[in-house]
Design a protein around this ligand. Structure first.
Ligand code: ADP
Length: 367
């Protein structure tokens, strides 16, 4: 049994439709689980139901082998780390961190040991006698975290902890969270709307949309084998290129066609796509699977199209090309040295072994 389990969990706020809709999820011991999705998809509500801060409308939640539906937040043995951490201004760092344990009447030696361990983990040993006003924002955040660590909870829940930080600091803090996780060896559930944060931090990522889990898997599976069009387009920067068109068969070969745009489908995919012959599908290709023909050794007319390069966007280590082939636009992500001339037609090559196809009606992945 998972350490934290959600079975058919839903949340219906008064007067609203389902904010969380029949969620089934198991989080393993010491796992780093990320809940990711666009704003309003139900991530925070899910987290808050696990923490006990929000009532569960339907379904059941277990922590260990205990059903916690009716267990108050303070008795769930879980630490929720908020963006806004309230420290007691008149207490020192050590007193702030030990406050909860003192309330629960832990022995003095145990409290001392736990505070020492936590300050060591967080690298704030030298600050224990300071008061909050003598600390930087980052240090205060650590103390707030320390307060949670000393309780030795079964899981840490984080709700968008980095959303107030600027881009550079976010990247720094990502590494910090990584390190913290390695040191603490505890279960983490982490909510973010940022797909890069999800990909870099999660052992598994649970992608949500409109209250429902779309896919829950390790980051590479989510990226390489998205379950549906939503997951494919939500995960990845720049977003995957998508195009509606038709599967056609000519002389025993299959093609994807949309107006004048036509590319040959690799043989490995024939069997799975055969039932879609003549039907409309959505074609998807990631930006890194599109190349400038001048920079590839293998290309055939079947996987090459003409397109105008409308914008060249250098990003330092790589370049985004904004391409236009009549009705269709694509973004390609190419090497830093690859700088085609703007507003000139060029040949672009599709790596057809990497493309995705989605069912036009259900939006589920075909291949
Ligand atoms: P996310 O964390 O993914 O941004 P939330 O879980 O906060 O999403 O919200 C999910 C949905 O529930 C949204 O449509 C939101 O407007 C609604 N919602 C959240 N909290 C409340 C509330 N206290 N009362 C009514 N509706 C709410």
């Amino acid at each position: 049994m998972s350490q934290i389990s959600l079975k058919d969990v839903s949340k219906i706020y008064k007067g609203n439709s389902k904010a969380v809709d029949s969620v089934n999820l198991g989080i393993e011991n010491k796992e780093f689980m990320v809940l990711v999705g666009p704003s309003g998809c139900g991530k925070s509500t899910t987290l808050r139901m696990i923490a006990g801060l929000e009532e569960i409308s339907e379904g059941r939640i277990w922590i260990g082998d205990r059903e916690v539906n009716n267990v108050p937040a303070k008795d769930r043995d879980i630490a929720m780390v908020f963006q806004n951490y309230a420290l007691y201004p008149h207490m020192t760092v050590a007193e702030n961190m030990s406050f909860g344990l003192r309330l629960r009447k832990y022995p003095k030696d145990e409290i001392k040991k736990r505070v020492a361990e936590a300050t060591q983990i967080l690298g704030i040993k030298n600050l224990i006698d300071r008061r909050p006003k003598e600390l930087s924002g980052g240090e205060r955040q650590r103390v707030a975290l320390g307060r949670a660590i000393v309780r030795k909870p079964v899981a840490f829940l984080f709700d968008e902890p980095l959303s107030n930080l600027d881009a550079k600091r976010r990247v720094q803090m990502r590494t910090e969270i990584h390190k913290l996780r390695m040191r603490l060896q505890t279960t983490f559930i982490y909510v973010t709307h940022d797909q890069t944060e999800a990909l870099t931090l999660g052992d598994r990522i649970c992608v949500m949309n409109q209250g429902k889990i779309q896919q829950c898997a390790d980051p590479m599976t989510i990226y390489d084998k998205p379950a549906n069009k939503f997951v494919a387009s939500f995960i990845g920067t720049p977003p995957i290129n998508l195009m509606d068109g038709r599967i056609i068969k000519k002389e025993r070969k299959y093609y994807f066609e949309e107006g004048k745009f036509q590319v040959k489908i690799v043989e490995d995919m024939h069997k799975i796509l055969a039932p879609y012959e003549g039907k409309e599908v959505t074609f998807g290709i990631r930006a890194e699977d599109i190349y400038d023909k001048l920079f590839v050794s293998e290309s055939t007319p079947d996987n090459t199209i003409r397109a105008a390069c409308e914008v060249v966007e250098p990003l330092g280590s790589e370049v985004y090309l904004y391409l236009n082939s009549g009705k269709n636009q694509f973004i390609a992500r190419v090497g830093a040295h690859n700088r085609p001339e703007v507003n000139r037609d060029m040949d672009i090559v599709f790596d057809m072994s990497k493309v995705h196809f989605f069912d036009k009606d259900t939006e589920k992945t075909i291949i």
